[in-house]
Design a protein around this ligand. Sequence first.
Ligand SMILES: [Ca+2]
Ligand SMILES: [Ca+2]
Length: 402
Amino acid sequence: MFHKRYLKTVAYFVLLFLLLAALPGSSARASVPQAVGFILLSAGRDGVIGTDDDIYVTGNREVVKGKVDLAALGLTQGDLIPSSGEAPAQGDTAFVPASIVLMSDKASAPADGATAVTLTATVEDSSGQAVSGVTVRFETTLGVINPQEATTDQNGTAKTVLSSSTAGTAKVRASVGNLSAECDVVFLASNISEVEPNDSMNQAQEITIGQTVEGYIGYTDPSSGYRDSYDWYKITIPVDGRLEINYNSDSAYAELSLYNSNGNYITSSGVSKSAPIMSDLAAGTYYIQVYYNSGNPAGYTLTTGLTPSHQVSVYLGCYELRLEGNNVLPATKYLRIYQDGVRKYQLAFTSGTIVTAYTLRDANGKLCIDYSYDSYLYSNGVYTYWKSITNSFSTNFNVPCN
Ligand SMILES: [Ca+2]
Ligand SMILES: [Ca+2]
Protein backbone atom coordinates (compact mmCIF):
# COMPACT_ATOMS: atom_id res chain seq x y z
CA MET A 1 0.00 0.00 0.00
CA PHE A 2 2.71 2.42 1.06
CA HIS A 3 4.85 1.23 -1.78
CA LYS A 4 2.10 1.80 -4.30
CA ARG A 5 1.44 5.32 -3.07
CA TYR A 6 5.15 6.05 -3.19
CA LEU A 7 5.37 4.97 -6.83
CA LYS A 8 2.30 7.03 -7.60
CA THR A 9 3.88 10.11 -6.01
CA VAL A 10 7.13 9.55 -7.92
CA ALA A 11 5.15 9.23 -11.12
CA TYR A 12 3.37 12.52 -10.47
CA PHE A 13 6.58 14.33 -9.73
CA VAL A 14 8.17 12.99 -12.89
CA LEU A 15 5.11 14.14 -14.80
CA LEU A 16 5.31 17.53 -13.12
CA PHE A 17 8.98 17.79 -13.99
CA LEU A 18 8.29 16.93 -17.64
CA LEU A 19 5.54 19.52 -17.77
CA LEU A 20 7.88 22.09 -16.27
CA ALA A 21 10.62 21.22 -18.72
CA ALA A 22 8.15 21.63 -21.56
CA LEU A 23 7.31 25.18 -20.47
CA PRO A 24 8.50 27.64 -23.09
CA GLY A 25 11.47 29.57 -21.80
CA SER A 26 11.82 27.53 -18.66
CA SER A 27 15.44 26.74 -19.44
CA ALA A 28 16.10 30.44 -19.92
CA ARG A 29 15.21 31.06 -16.26
CA ALA A 30 18.54 29.73 -15.03
CA SER A 31 19.27 33.14 -13.55
CA VAL A 32 16.31 32.89 -11.13
CA PRO A 33 17.78 32.88 -7.62
CA GLN A 34 17.70 29.58 -5.79
CA ALA A 35 15.76 31.12 -2.94
CA VAL A 36 12.80 32.20 -5.04
CA GLY A 37 9.46 30.66 -4.22
CA PHE A 38 8.80 27.58 -2.16
CA ILE A 39 9.23 23.82 -2.03
CA LEU A 40 6.50 21.44 -3.12
CA LEU A 41 7.20 18.43 -0.98
CA SER A 42 6.15 14.78 -0.83
CA ALA A 43 6.90 12.86 2.35
CA GLY A 44 8.04 9.83 0.37
CA ARG A 45 7.81 6.15 1.29
CA ASP A 46 7.77 6.55 5.06
CA GLY A 47 5.15 9.29 5.06
CA VAL A 48 7.34 11.49 7.26
CA ILE A 49 8.56 14.90 6.08
CA GLY A 50 12.22 15.59 6.74
CA THR A 51 13.68 12.17 5.98
CA ASP A 52 15.96 10.97 3.19
CA ASP A 53 13.23 9.54 0.98
CA ASP A 54 11.37 12.83 0.51
CA ILE A 55 10.88 14.10 -3.04
CA TYR A 56 10.54 17.78 -3.71
CA VAL A 57 10.41 20.46 -6.39
CA THR A 58 12.27 23.66 -5.55
CA GLY A 59 11.24 27.19 -6.38
CA ASN A 60 13.90 26.92 -9.06
CA ARG A 61 11.90 24.13 -10.71
CA GLU A 62 14.32 21.34 -9.87
CA VAL A 63 13.07 17.92 -8.79
CA VAL A 64 15.23 16.55 -5.98
CA LYS A 65 15.11 13.36 -3.91
CA GLY A 66 16.21 13.40 -0.31
CA LYS A 67 15.91 15.45 2.84
CA VAL A 68 15.31 19.16 2.19
CA ASP A 69 18.29 21.31 3.13
CA LEU A 70 16.40 24.53 3.90
CA ALA A 71 19.52 26.44 4.93
CA ALA A 72 21.24 25.69 1.62
CA LEU A 73 18.19 26.92 -0.26
CA GLY A 74 17.80 30.03 1.89
CA LEU A 75 14.24 29.06 2.82
CA THR A 76 12.31 28.50 6.02
CA GLN A 77 9.95 25.83 7.27
CA GLY A 78 7.05 28.05 6.19
CA ASP A 79 8.12 27.67 2.56
CA LEU A 80 7.40 23.93 2.63
CA ILE A 81 4.17 23.07 0.89
CA PRO A 82 3.27 19.39 1.31
CA SER A 83 2.04 17.75 -1.86
CA SER A 84 -1.27 15.93 -1.62
CA GLY A 85 0.12 13.30 -3.97
CA GLU A 86 -2.67 14.10 -6.39
CA ALA A 87 -1.92 14.50 -10.08
CA PRO A 88 -1.14 18.06 -11.13
CA ALA A 89 -4.23 19.62 -12.65
CA GLN A 90 -4.31 21.67 -15.78
CA GLY A 91 -2.59 24.97 -14.97
CA ASP A 92 -0.55 23.54 -12.12
CA THR A 93 2.54 23.55 -14.27
CA ALA A 94 3.01 27.23 -13.64
CA PHE A 95 3.46 27.14 -9.91
CA VAL A 96 6.21 29.50 -8.82
CA PRO A 97 4.55 32.56 -7.26
CA ALA A 98 6.15 35.77 -8.53
CA SER A 99 3.48 38.34 -7.78
CA ILE A 100 0.55 38.80 -5.44
CA VAL A 101 -2.18 41.42 -5.72
CA LEU A 102 -4.66 42.15 -2.94
CA MET A 103 -8.00 43.88 -3.50
CA SER A 104 -11.05 44.52 -1.36
CA ASP A 105 -14.59 44.77 -2.70
CA LYS A 106 -15.23 47.84 -0.52
CA ALA A 107 -12.98 50.76 0.35
CA SER A 108 -15.05 51.43 3.46
CA ALA A 109 -17.69 49.68 5.51
CA PRO A 110 -19.66 50.31 8.70
CA ALA A 111 -17.90 49.22 11.89
CA ASP A 112 -20.85 47.05 12.91
CA GLY A 113 -18.96 43.79 13.31
CA ALA A 114 -21.19 42.19 10.68
CA THR A 115 -20.70 43.84 7.30
CA ALA A 116 -18.40 41.61 5.28
CA VAL A 117 -15.58 43.01 3.19
CA THR A 118 -14.36 40.41 0.71
CA LEU A 119 -10.60 40.34 0.21
CA THR A 120 -9.25 38.70 -2.91
CA ALA A 121 -5.59 37.84 -3.38
CA THR A 122 -4.40 36.90 -6.85
CA VAL A 123 -1.15 34.99 -7.23
CA GLU A 124 0.67 34.78 -10.55
CA ASP A 125 4.00 33.41 -11.70
CA SER A 126 6.64 35.44 -13.51
CA SER A 127 4.94 34.92 -16.85
CA GLY A 128 1.59 36.16 -15.55
CA GLN A 129 -0.04 32.75 -15.27
CA ALA A 130 -2.33 32.01 -12.36
CA VAL A 131 -0.75 29.93 -9.59
CA SER A 132 -3.24 27.52 -8.06
CA GLY A 133 -3.02 25.42 -4.92
CA VAL A 134 -0.85 27.71 -2.79
CA THR A 135 -1.83 28.91 0.66
CA VAL A 136 -2.27 32.66 1.11
CA ARG A 137 -2.04 34.04 4.65
CA PHE A 138 -4.16 37.09 5.51
CA GLU A 139 -3.46 39.50 8.38
CA THR A 140 -5.09 42.75 9.52
CA THR A 141 -4.26 45.50 11.99
CA LEU A 142 -7.96 46.00 12.79
CA GLY A 143 -11.00 43.75 12.88
CA VAL A 144 -11.31 40.04 12.23
CA ILE A 145 -10.29 38.02 9.17
CA ASN A 146 -11.94 34.65 8.69
CA PRO A 147 -10.47 32.41 7.41
CA GLN A 148 -6.90 33.58 7.94
CA GLU A 149 -5.59 31.21 5.29
CA ALA A 150 -7.05 30.28 1.93
CA THR A 151 -5.82 28.25 -1.03
CA THR A 152 -5.66 29.75 -4.50
CA ASP A 153 -8.08 28.29 -7.04
CA GLN A 154 -7.55 27.65 -10.75
CA ASN A 155 -7.66 31.42 -11.35
CA GLY A 156 -4.90 31.97 -8.81
CA THR A 157 -7.30 33.70 -6.43
CA ALA A 158 -7.83 33.14 -2.73
CA LYS A 159 -10.63 34.88 -0.88
CA THR A 160 -11.42 35.70 2.71
CA VAL A 161 -13.72 38.03 4.64
CA LEU A 162 -12.92 41.00 6.89
CA SER A 163 -15.24 42.68 9.38
CA SER A 164 -14.75 45.03 12.31
CA SER A 165 -16.73 46.38 15.23
CA THR A 166 -14.09 49.06 15.80
CA ALA A 167 -13.86 52.18 13.66
CA GLY A 168 -10.55 52.98 12.03
CA THR A 169 -8.31 51.98 9.15
CA ALA A 170 -7.53 48.29 8.76
CA LYS A 171 -4.21 47.66 7.06
CA VAL A 172 -4.62 44.27 5.45
CA ARG A 173 -1.82 42.08 4.19
CA ALA A 174 -1.87 38.93 2.08
CA SER A 175 1.30 36.90 1.78
CA VAL A 176 2.59 33.73 0.19
CA GLY A 177 6.18 32.81 0.92
CA ASN A 178 8.19 36.01 0.83
CA LEU A 179 5.68 37.82 -1.37
CA SER A 180 3.11 40.13 0.16
CA ALA A 181 0.60 42.81 -0.85
CA GLU A 182 -1.33 45.32 1.23
CA CYS A 183 -4.48 47.39 1.03
CA ASP A 184 -6.48 49.63 3.37
CA VAL A 185 -10.11 49.27 4.38
CA VAL A 186 -11.73 52.06 6.41
CA PHE A 187 -14.33 51.08 8.99
CA LEU A 188 -16.74 53.87 9.79
CA ALA A 189 -18.33 54.51 13.13
CA SER A 190 -21.94 53.49 13.51
CA ASN A 191 -24.82 55.79 14.33
CA ILE A 192 -24.51 58.05 17.37
CA SER A 193 -27.02 60.23 19.17
CA GLU A 194 -26.67 63.95 19.72
CA VAL A 195 -25.77 65.09 23.21
CA GLU A 196 -27.45 68.23 24.52
CA PRO A 197 -26.63 70.93 25.34
CA ASN A 198 -25.01 71.61 21.98
CA ASP A 199 -26.43 75.05 21.44
CA SER A 200 -23.28 77.02 20.65
CA MET A 201 -19.92 76.58 18.97
CA ASN A 202 -18.32 76.13 22.38
CA GLN A 203 -20.70 73.25 23.14
CA ALA A 204 -20.26 71.58 19.72
CA GLN A 205 -20.40 67.80 19.84
CA GLU A 206 -17.47 66.08 18.20
CA ILE A 207 -18.36 63.74 15.34
CA THR A 208 -16.26 61.89 12.79
CA ILE A 209 -16.49 61.57 9.02
CA GLY A 210 -18.90 58.83 8.04
CA GLN A 211 -20.91 58.93 11.25
CA THR A 212 -24.66 59.31 11.15
CA VAL A 213 -25.91 61.53 13.98
CA GLU A 214 -29.47 61.14 15.19
CA GLY A 215 -30.80 64.35 16.76
CA TYR A 216 -33.94 66.31 17.59
CA ILE A 217 -34.66 69.94 16.77
CA GLY A 218 -37.41 72.48 17.43
CA TYR A 219 -38.84 71.00 20.64
CA THR A 220 -39.74 73.26 23.53
CA ASP A 221 -39.06 72.29 27.13
CA PRO A 222 -42.47 72.78 28.82
CA SER A 223 -40.98 73.75 32.19
CA SER A 224 -38.41 76.29 31.00
CA GLY A 225 -40.06 77.36 27.77
CA TYR A 226 -36.67 76.90 26.11
CA ARG A 227 -36.78 75.87 22.44
CA ASP A 228 -33.98 73.73 21.05
CA SER A 229 -33.19 75.78 17.94
CA TYR A 230 -29.47 75.15 17.55
CA ASP A 231 -27.41 71.96 17.40
CA TRP A 232 -23.67 72.34 16.85
CA TYR A 233 -21.18 69.70 15.73
CA LYS A 234 -17.42 69.72 15.39
CA ILE A 235 -15.71 67.67 12.70
CA THR A 236 -12.09 67.15 11.74
CA ILE A 237 -11.08 66.53 8.15
CA PRO A 238 -7.84 64.51 7.97
CA VAL A 239 -6.97 65.40 4.37
CA ASP A 240 -7.96 68.03 1.80
CA GLY A 241 -11.17 67.14 0.05
CA ARG A 242 -14.84 67.76 -0.60
CA LEU A 243 -16.97 67.58 2.53
CA GLU A 244 -20.60 66.62 2.05
CA ILE A 245 -23.08 67.11 4.86
CA ASN A 246 -26.69 65.99 4.64
CA TYR A 247 -29.58 66.89 6.94
CA ASN A 248 -32.79 64.90 6.69
CA SER A 249 -36.01 65.25 8.67
CA ASP A 250 -39.63 64.30 8.08
CA SER A 251 -41.07 67.63 9.19
CA ALA A 252 -38.48 70.02 10.69
CA TYR A 253 -37.16 72.64 8.26
CA ALA A 254 -33.63 73.61 9.13
CA GLU A 255 -30.59 75.35 7.71
CA LEU A 256 -27.04 74.01 7.89
CA SER A 257 -24.12 76.42 8.17
CA LEU A 258 -20.44 75.59 8.02
CA TYR A 259 -17.74 77.49 9.89
CA ASN A 260 -13.97 77.14 10.09
CA SER A 261 -12.00 76.68 13.30
CA ASN A 262 -11.76 80.46 13.77
CA GLY A 263 -15.52 80.75 13.70
CA ASN A 264 -15.58 82.31 10.22
CA TYR A 265 -18.63 81.53 8.12
CA ILE A 266 -17.97 79.40 4.99
CA THR A 267 -21.30 78.41 3.48
CA SER A 268 -24.86 77.32 4.23
CA SER A 269 -27.46 75.04 2.78
CA GLY A 270 -30.61 77.08 2.63
CA VAL A 271 -33.78 76.08 4.51
CA SER A 272 -35.00 72.58 3.78
CA LYS A 273 -36.07 69.23 5.19
CA SER A 274 -33.20 67.64 3.29
CA ALA A 275 -30.51 70.28 3.21
CA PRO A 276 -27.09 69.38 1.79
CA ILE A 277 -23.78 71.22 1.94
CA MET A 278 -20.87 70.46 -0.32
CA SER A 279 -17.64 72.33 0.22
CA ASP A 280 -14.05 71.93 -0.94
CA LEU A 281 -11.96 72.25 2.20
CA ALA A 282 -8.41 72.01 3.42
CA ALA A 283 -7.62 69.52 6.15
CA GLY A 284 -8.55 70.90 9.56
CA THR A 285 -11.34 71.34 12.09
CA TYR A 286 -14.76 72.70 11.13
CA TYR A 287 -18.08 73.44 12.82
CA ILE A 288 -21.57 72.59 11.59
CA GLN A 289 -24.60 74.49 12.84
CA VAL A 290 -28.09 73.03 12.47
CA TYR A 291 -30.61 75.89 12.89
CA TYR A 292 -34.31 75.11 13.30
CA ASN A 293 -36.35 77.31 10.97
CA SER A 294 -39.93 76.07 10.78
CA GLY A 295 -42.23 73.06 10.47
CA ASN A 296 -43.06 70.55 13.13
CA PRO A 297 -40.36 69.80 15.70
CA ALA A 298 -38.91 66.42 14.80
CA GLY A 299 -36.02 64.04 14.79
CA TYR A 300 -33.39 64.28 12.08
CA THR A 301 -30.29 62.56 10.80
CA LEU A 302 -27.05 64.30 9.93
CA THR A 303 -24.56 62.44 7.76
CA THR A 304 -21.09 63.43 6.62
CA GLY A 305 -18.82 62.16 3.92
CA LEU A 306 -15.46 63.22 2.53
CA THR A 307 -14.10 62.70 -0.97
CA PRO A 308 -10.36 63.22 -0.68
CA SER A 309 -8.73 65.44 -3.27
CA HIS A 310 -6.96 63.44 -5.88
CA GLN A 311 -3.29 63.91 -6.38
CA VAL A 312 -1.82 63.28 -9.76
CA SER A 313 1.91 63.19 -10.26
CA VAL A 314 3.37 63.27 -13.73
CA TYR A 315 7.06 62.94 -14.37
CA LEU A 316 8.31 64.85 -17.36
CA GLY A 317 12.02 64.41 -17.77
CA CYS A 318 13.45 65.77 -14.58
CA TYR A 319 10.29 67.66 -13.66
CA GLU A 320 7.45 66.48 -11.51
CA LEU A 321 4.02 67.98 -12.01
CA ARG A 322 1.65 67.46 -9.11
CA LEU A 323 -2.01 68.36 -9.32
CA GLU A 324 -4.50 68.44 -6.51
CA GLY A 325 -8.20 69.01 -6.70
CA ASN A 326 -11.56 67.42 -7.07
CA ASN A 327 -12.23 65.39 -10.18
CA VAL A 328 -8.63 65.64 -11.30
CA LEU A 329 -8.57 62.58 -13.44
CA PRO A 330 -5.84 60.23 -12.26
CA ALA A 331 -4.77 59.24 -15.73
CA THR A 332 -2.17 60.90 -17.90
CA LYS A 333 -4.20 60.34 -21.04
CA TYR A 334 -6.52 63.08 -19.86
CA LEU A 335 -3.65 65.39 -19.15
CA ARG A 336 -1.25 67.07 -21.48
CA ILE A 337 1.83 68.90 -20.42
CA TYR A 338 4.80 69.88 -22.50
CA GLN A 339 7.48 72.47 -22.76
CA ASP A 340 7.53 74.28 -26.05
CA GLY A 341 10.29 76.40 -27.57
CA VAL A 342 9.42 79.46 -25.49
CA ARG A 343 9.43 77.74 -22.13
CA LYS A 344 5.73 77.53 -21.62
CA TYR A 345 3.79 74.68 -20.17
CA GLN A 346 0.30 73.75 -21.16
CA LEU A 347 -2.02 71.94 -18.82
CA ALA A 348 -5.26 70.63 -20.20
CA PHE A 349 -8.14 69.34 -18.09
CA THR A 350 -11.52 67.99 -19.04
CA SER A 351 -14.57 69.99 -18.11
CA GLY A 352 -15.65 69.49 -14.52
CA THR A 353 -12.13 69.41 -13.16
CA ILE A 354 -11.53 71.70 -10.22
CA VAL A 355 -7.83 72.19 -9.69
CA THR A 356 -7.10 73.53 -6.24
CA ALA A 357 -3.34 73.47 -6.60
CA TYR A 358 -0.70 72.56 -9.07
CA THR A 359 3.01 72.65 -8.71
CA LEU A 360 5.93 71.88 -10.97
CA ARG A 361 9.26 71.07 -9.36
CA ASP A 362 12.60 70.35 -10.89
CA ALA A 363 14.86 67.43 -10.04
CA ASN A 364 16.16 69.24 -6.97
CA GLY A 365 12.68 69.89 -5.65
CA LYS A 366 12.89 73.56 -6.64
CA LEU A 367 9.47 75.05 -7.28
CA CYS A 368 9.18 76.20 -10.89
CA ILE A 369 5.52 77.11 -11.07
CA ASP A 370 2.70 77.08 -8.60
CA TYR A 371 -0.98 77.85 -8.49
CA SER A 372 -1.33 80.64 -11.01
CA TYR A 373 -1.57 80.84 -14.74
CA ASP A 374 -1.09 83.46 -17.42
CA SER A 375 -4.16 82.65 -19.48
CA TYR A 376 -6.56 79.89 -20.29
CA LEU A 377 -8.78 78.75 -23.11
CA TYR A 378 -11.98 76.72 -22.95
CA SER A 379 -12.75 74.71 -26.05
CA ASN A 380 -14.69 71.50 -26.68
CA GLY A 381 -15.01 70.66 -23.00
CA VAL A 382 -11.31 71.10 -22.29
CA TYR A 383 -9.69 73.86 -20.29
CA THR A 384 -6.14 74.65 -21.34
CA TYR A 385 -3.98 76.73 -19.03
CA TRP A 386 -0.75 78.38 -20.03
CA LYS A 387 1.99 79.28 -17.67
CA SER A 388 5.19 81.02 -18.69
CA ILE A 389 8.28 80.30 -16.70
CA THR A 390 9.58 83.53 -15.32
CA ASN A 391 13.15 84.64 -15.89
CA SER A 392 14.04 84.16 -12.28
CA PHE A 393 13.49 80.45 -12.72
CA SER A 394 14.98 80.12 -16.18
CA THR A 395 18.45 79.17 -15.01
CA ASN A 396 16.99 76.21 -13.17
CA PHE A 397 16.17 74.56 -16.46
CA ASN A 398 19.83 73.89 -16.91
CA VAL A 399 19.86 71.62 -13.87
CA PRO A 400 21.19 68.28 -15.15
CA CYS A 401 18.60 65.54 -15.30
CA ASN A 402 19.24 61.97 -14.45
CA1 LIG B 1 -31.02 68.96 19.49
CA1 LIG C 1 -29.36 71.85 20.81
